[in-house]
Design a protein around this ligand. Structure first.
Ligand code: ZN
Ligand code: ZN
Ligand code: FE
Length: 751
């Protein structure tokens, strides 16, 4: 087994059974000299192949491009794993036994066949926005109960016309048992409403007039697949700024939908892996490096070198974008952080004052499903928000689990439930900060429990007593199993990479409740067969103002400097606080009142962002750290700052004060913020290397919100690899708190 060899697991779902798919996979793997196996199961076609990374990439590409003519891929899950040393390639016998739990597919982007029909003037579905077939269309967003049959979907109110019925009943037809099958005769239709809900136009005329309004700079709420989008012309700066004001969203980037891949490539740098994800059945928002020449309005993504881009994924979006011919902002239809709106009557209230017009339809949405967000890192998918196209596909764990429910964390909440070896992760729910979000959280729990007929024996939650999710867990009348936040991050990363203990987990994020009651966030945890140990952590400092420090990086800077210099810290920060503020802050720090202790790596990032003058106050969580990452784009250096590992009895402490000292010196000497940012990132990575050496464990898992940072993660993976460690990072489960529920599940099951 060569050192550079890898194992890839593919789980392919769709029309891949009984169409010669397994022999095709066998031939392809043999031709490329790959070892492993292919297997049919009730959950789809499973493939494991082992070989050199490049050959594996070729294999995945050719599975898609060379597949048998009648095969259609609805979902392709790819996970990179450690090699196990297969010596040949074989077709394994179908798994008849195993868990027969029902598979609920995610919503699938429009297939090429349906697309052709929609744009064919001779076809009976010409310009029909709800065209779908067995290979594509809504699934999770329309299912009300199981089994997946039309009467159990939100299509139940639409009686199929004779032509549709014929397709539906003909085993040779592409629409055989396509539950949402519909046509202009019998299916849902579009309407354009004004703010009062008065219908202004129907059918294609509604779409045509909505397009006209968008072209004129108006904001149109569009009811899509899993909820409403708010849509404006992405090149119309005044319109985009109006949307920001009305939605009360100051600077957080807006997602875009482009008419074509070609136009995406004109505006952004797109590599092969990114192109594959953009065009995949999952069709998520992909973070792409923008080109200088993009014509997108500055207010779409201020100070951001990335654009969040997706391609149309329903016929409705295809028709609208074809009509417009330019990219649109397609942001979730909600007010700031509330959950996405799914019902047109509700939309009239909730989006009143934001949208000028409403392009709606009468196919109900059974549950909200936001657009997923993906970034390609080191050639692999890194899911940052897991929803449409991914939810509710399960993560497979090694041992069967008892029926458990995990309620997730506080921010970017998702929940999970276990059925045998499968852990179903819910779609993104959001930050549990508004009554609407909390309601959505309760609703999703009730929903998934009913959908899977799930009776949990116990409920896993965070240790934070104030999280609304924790409180909800305690109100369920079930045994509660709290799992420490940063342990859950690492267990989540281990589960999706199928790594066993012992392992060193680098768990870095903004905030998590520690077992000592302080705020953790710069943790090195050793996970053992039995239990875990806090092996090391960043040097603690105080956060004056507590949660306000999340919004104000300058408070993080003050906390860091106060830890190093005491009262002298205030002199260094004279510019960024008023005299009154300084007086209050001094009091709070001296007395340790409303200034909780933290080891947070995220807040250390904020502190450095503040010191370099990048940003003193942020508009959304993580903004300063993100901007510090962006600065590294212009620099190529391996330089680092000093730091020290204070070893005693564990937990050891990583002292960043020499680092901050050096940062201050660089600032004084006028070193560019970009270079400071790169040196700082490099230093953090060396801290990981040094702790990994001290721990003497060769497997290292990277998890927590900090590992959304591509520079940090990419460099950590490289450096740990160079030093002989085996790094693991996230792929299809978010490294941020969106992945916590999976870790809680595993933690609770292990006890
Ligand atoms: Zn189709
Ligand atoms: Zn019909
Ligand atoms: Fe976290």
């Amino acid at each position: 087994m060569a050192l550079s060899s890898r194992r890839i697991r593919l789980i392919i779902r769709g029309a891949v059974q009984g169409v010669g798919f397994r022999p095709f996979v066998y031939r392809l793997a043999s031709e490329l000299g790959l070892t492993g196996w292919v297997l049919n199961s009730a959950q789809g076609v499973f493939i494991e192949v082992e070989g050199a990374a490049e050959t594996l990439q070729q294999f995945v590409q050719r599975v898609e491009t060379d597949k048998p003519p009648r095969a259609f891929i609805q979902s392709l899950e790819q996970t990179v794993l450690d090699p196990v040393g297969y010596t040949a390639f074989e077709i394994r016998h179908s798994e008849e036994s195993g868990e027969k739990s029902v598979l609920i597919l995610p919503d699938i982007a429009t297939c090429p066949d349906c697309l052709r029909e929609v744009f064919d003037p001779a076809d009976r579905r010409y310009l029909y926005p709800f065209t779908n077939c067995t290979n594509c269309g809504p699934r999770y967003s329309i299912i009300e109960s199981l089994p997946y049959d039309r009467p159990n979907t939100t299509m139940k109110a639409f009686a199929m016309c004779p032509k549709c019925r014929e397709e539906y009943e003909n085993p040779l037809d592409r629409r055989f048992h396509a539950q949402p099958n519909a046509c202009p005769e019998c299916g849902p239709h579009l309407e354009l409403w004004d703010g009062e809900g008065v219908c202004l136009a129907k059918h294609h005329d509604a779409l045509f007039r909505a397009a006209e309004a968008i072209r004129e700079g108006h904001i149109v709420a569009v009811k899509g697949l899993g909820g409403f989008h708010l849509v404006v012309d992405a090149c119309h700066d005044a319109a985009v700024r109006r949307l920001r004001e009305r939605k009360r969203r100051e600077e957080k980037p807006f997602a875009l939908m482009y008419p074509s891949l070609q136009m995406v490539k004109a505006h952004c740098v797109v590599d092969e892996a990114e192109e594959r994800v953009l065009r995949s059945p999952e069709s998520p928002i992909v973070l792409l490096r923008r080109k200088e020449a993009d014509s997108v309005a500055p207010s779409v993504a201020p100070n951001n070198p990335y654009l969040g881009v997706m391609l149309p994924y329903t016929p409705l979006h295809h028709l609208l974008l074809r009509e417009l011919g330019f990219p649109i902002v397609a942001t979730s239809g909600n007010l700031s952080d509330e959950p996405i709106c799914t019902d047109e009557h509700e939309a009239l209230h909730r989006l009143a004052g934001i949208a000028d017009l409403f392009l709606v339809h009468n196919r109900p949405i059974a549950r909200h499903v936001d657009d997923s967000v993906v970034r390609v890192l080191l050639g692999r998918e890194l899911v940052l928000r897991r929803a449409r196209g991914y939810a509710p596909l399960p993560v497979l764990v090694k041992e069967p689990l008892p029926p458990l429910l995990a309620v997730g964390a506080h921010l970017k909440n998702t929940i999970a439930l276990s059925v045998g070896r499968q852990v179903f992760l819910s779609q993104h729910i959001g930050d549990l900060e508004t009554p609407q979000a909390l309601q959505a959280f309760r609703h999703v729990i009730a929903d998934v429990k009913e959908l899977w007929g799930h009776q949990p024996q116990a409920v896993a939650c965070d240790m934070h007593p104030d999280y609304l999710s924790t409180q909800a867990a305690h109100g369920m009348g079930l045994p509660v199993r709290p799992v420490q936040h940063h342990v859950a991050h690492i267990l989540s990363c281990m589960a999706e990479n199928e790594v066993e203990p012992p392992l060193l987990g680098v768990s870095w994020d903004g905030t998590g409740y520690g077992t000592d009651g302080t705020i953790w966030g710069g943790e090195f945890l050793i996970i053992r067969e039995q239990g875990w140990e806090r092996f090391a952590h960043l040097r603690p400092f105080r956060l004056p103002g507590g949660d306000r420090a999340i919004k104000e990086p300058r408070r993080c800077a003050l906390g860091v400097l106060y830890e190093m210099l005491g009262d002298d810290a205030f002199e260094l920060l004279e510019q960024v606080f008023t005299e009154g503020e300084r007086r209050l802050l001094r009091q709070s720090l001296r007395q340790g009142v409303n200034a909780p202790i933290t080891t947070s790596a995220g807040r250390l990032f904020d502190a450095v962002a503040s010191l370099t003058g990048l940003r003193q106050v942020v508009n959304f969580e993580g903004q300063a750290a993100m901007e510090l990452e962006f600065l590294t784009h212009d620099v190529h250096t391996d330089e680092t700052y000093p730091f020290s590992l204070c070893e005693g009895t564990p937990p050891h402490m990583l002292d960043w004060s020499p680092t901050i000292q050096a940062v201050l010196q660089d600032i004084q000497e006028g070193v560019s913020p970009s270079l400071i940012a790169a040196r700082f990132h490099n230093t953090l990575v060396e801290m990981m290397v040094v702790v990994a050496r001290a721990a003497g464990i060769d497997r290292v898992a990277l998890s927590g919100g900090c590992f959304q940072n591509a520079y940090l993660t990419g460099r950590a993976v490289r450096r740990l690899g160079e030093e002989g460690f085996r790094p693991y990072w996230h792929q299809r489960v978010p490294p941020n708190d969106g992945g916590i529920a999976l870790g809680q599940m595993v933690g609770a099951a292990r006890g």
